[in-house]
Design a protein around this ligand. Structure first.
Ligand code: PMP
Length: 358
């Protein structure tokens, strides 16, 4: 008789991911505002670059991503040698956990932290630790109180998901200053572009040996389907992550599309401008309807209802009107709906529907 086949401890504590709904019964083309995607799509230059790269699909792609790293470095004023590209920032989170934690070590994230932090921590055999927020904002004091010698990674999404709140640089600096040197602070900048004037915390990465910044092409750049993200870190950390990365993790099409996207500054600027105007209109409109909503620093808003029952009723009502938003109950927000900022006509549709719901 063969021995029972068992996964590593911790793996079966991971719930299967259940987000990303895009189909709605009875609606041929539902309005999808549930995954914080760019409603205007990819830059036309990126689309052309991807089409041109398709013909090389019989070839394996570049393993060192040199051209894409050089473009990112040039546009954002970074050192190309300290950039690592991954299949979405999801892969960078995974690589960090594989490299730096294991049994007996902790990965810290905030109360409503992004799901991948916990998944990757458990997959590495480590213990995920959730630290409470204060009024939906990351609580630096609570993190520093809880962090100990076994805490090796702290993930902070800034702006945060699903709360859309923002932690200014002085608070991030206080956090970096207070953590043990053996702990890596990871600044997840998936939504960094949407917070005006914020560069993802670059100065902290430049000044320390234990701070990493992550960015993605999935949000502001409108390339969620392409799966490209990157990390910016001290040289030693980049070296470690490159050793465990699959050599061909990014396709040639993805590399070409991301490079054209990062260079198309006008397209991103236009999308960001539109997002800022529309997010203010959506926030104001929700508040006028009596739905609580913090100021958003991202491309989505968190609409807080009286209780879970009302949030579920609003969710069902929106679905009947062909609109898909996210009910972030798995993030600990059963009384809220997370709504991606869409095109002007999309946001009007959401506000009109919620007005008739109310
Ligand atoms: N971090 C945060 C906070 C996110 O919300 C997301 C995507 N929803 C990611 C990281 C991962 O994005 P991607 O893998 O597409 O780069």
């Amino acid at each position: 008789m063969s021995a029972p086949i068992r996964p590593q401890p911790g793996i079966l504590d991971i719930a299967l991911y259940q987000g990303g709904q895009s189909v709605l019964e009875g609606h041929a083309e539902p309005l999808k505002l549930s995954s914080n995607e760019n409603p205007f799509g990819p830059s036309p230059a990126a689309l052309r670059a991807m089409a041109a790269a398709l013909g090389d699909s019989h070839r394996y792609p570049s393993t060192d991503h040199a051209t894409l790293r050089a473009a990112i470095a040039e546009v954002h004023g970074l050192d190309a040698d300290r950039i690592i590209c991954g299949t979405g920032s999801d892969e960078i989170i995974h690589l960090l956990c594989q490299a730096y934690v294991g049994e007996g070590l902790e990965v810290m994230h905030t109360e409503h932290g992004f799901a991948m932090y916990r998944i990757s921590a458990l997959a590495a055999g480590a213990t995920p630790v959730e630290v409470p927020e204060r009024d939906r904002v990351v609580d630096v004091g609570a993190i520093l109180d809880r962090a100990g010698p076994e805490t090796r990674l702290v993930f902070i999404a800034n702006p945060a998901n699903p709360t859309a709140t923002f932690l200014p640089m002085d608070a991030l600096t206080r956090l970096a200053d207070g953590l043990p040197e053996t702990c890596v602070l990871v600044l997840d900048g998936a939504y960094a572009e949407f917070a005006e004037g914020y560069d993802g915390g670059k100065a902290l990465v430049e000044a320390r040996q234990n701070v990493v910044m992550m960015r993605t092409f999935s949000k502001a750049y409108g390339l969620g389907g392409l799966r490209v993200g990157y990390g910016y870190a001290p040289r030693d950390i980049i070296d470690v992550l490159n050793r465990i990365r699959g050599p061909f993790n990014l396709s040639g099409v993805a590399l070409a599309g991301a490079e054209a996207a990062v260079r198309d500054l006008d397209w991103v600027a236009k999308c960001l401008q539109d997002n800022a105007e529309e997010r203010a209109r959506l926030t104001g409109g929700l508040r006028q309807l009596g739905i609580a909503c913090d100021e958003s620093f991202a491309n989505f808003v968190l609409a807080r209802f009286a209780d879970e029952a009302e949030a579920l009723a609003a969710d069902a009502f929106l679905k009947r009107h062909g609109i898909i938003v996210r009910h972030p109950k798995n993030y600990g927000f059963p009384q809220a709906l997370r709504i991606t900022v869409g095109r002007p006509e999309d946001n009007s549709r959401v506000l009109d529907a919620l007005a008739s719901f109310k």
